[in-house]
Design a protein around this ligand. Sequence first.
Ligand code: FEO
Length: 400
Amino acid sequence: MYNIRNVTKDIVWIGANDRRLALFENVFPLPEGVSYNSYLLKDEKTVLLDTADAAVAGQFFENLEAALEGRKLDYVVVNHMEPDHCALLEEVLRRYPGAVLVGNAKTFTLISGFFGLEKAERMTVKEGDSLICGKHTLYFYFAPMVHWPEVMVTYDAADKVLFSADAFGSFKSLDGNLFSDEVNYERDWLDEARRYYTNIVGKYGVMVQTALKKLSALDISCICPLHGLVWRSDFSFLLEKYDKWSRYEEESRGVVIIYASIYGHTENVAEILATRLSEKGVRDVRVYDASKTHVSELIAEIFRVKNVVLASSTYNAELYTPMKNLVADMKALAVQNKNFALIENGSWAPYAKTQMTETLSSLKNCTFEEISLTVRSSLKEGQIAELDALAASLAAKCGK
Ligand code: FEO
């Protein structure tokens, strides 16, 4: 049975949730699922804006058929060619022959790569081009690398709706509540939205900034992303978050401590440092075990603060694997603008700090605390003063 909901009188959400998928892009855990949003504009012409992932094909096609109410499909706008949104393109054209594919030159290169579909009717748009659908006119603006090079957004001038592709999306399934004003966003959605942004688009902050500037010229009443909630009010909250995330600015003056510990001795140092920070008045201190916390959560937390403590054991004369994976991911995502404090442990040949420094030094606009600790197997009484001094320095940077 179909499950659809109107966004405006003429725009229908026809997406679907996937609560079964364990790993998004086969790498990011989805404890609360994910939605694949797709929209249908019904005017003199009918326009499908993106399809969905193959996993929700059954629901998607029931929804599309119900929303069309027997009408033919005239256009399919492809804002983003990643398979979680375009997987059903070929089947859409099989079921609705004659529908015109709308995309830019890069879109069609990718369509040819994934599907072929050379015989499908194509409308290639350039920046600012429009498509008159009746009383609605759609305008197309390019947003390259938010999150792939072909990405564009579509703006409906009549309803002032922005179809924003991956931008402003989030992990997490929709629970019937399609609109952000129907949920407690900050409590229930923000963490998953941050994890989505930082891990999926986080590397491309400059491009996100360019897109935000471009979109600021539009009069927008509603934002329809390809994942997560639709926004029809309080945009400033979301836009401020995107602005901060894409400029690599912290949201909190707290400290995130991430440790990679084999037998608990490095963990012990992290716990004591957290206590000392708290005693000095730092209110947002969070401690994570890199071995048990998915790297995507750690990345999101690193984006959230300025001050990051990394404490790691040495293992086989290398940085211990969980921390090695984390710093490699930080480099891959071009994390910037952080203040790092480093703590290493090594029973006979401490090496973790050297390797962390090697990788982290390549990140832009980052600083390192002058005090860094080397622990030999376990923290000694004589090192407490040094740890306390590190806590004092970090607390001062948090305004304490
Ligand atoms: Fe949700 Fe970049 O695809």
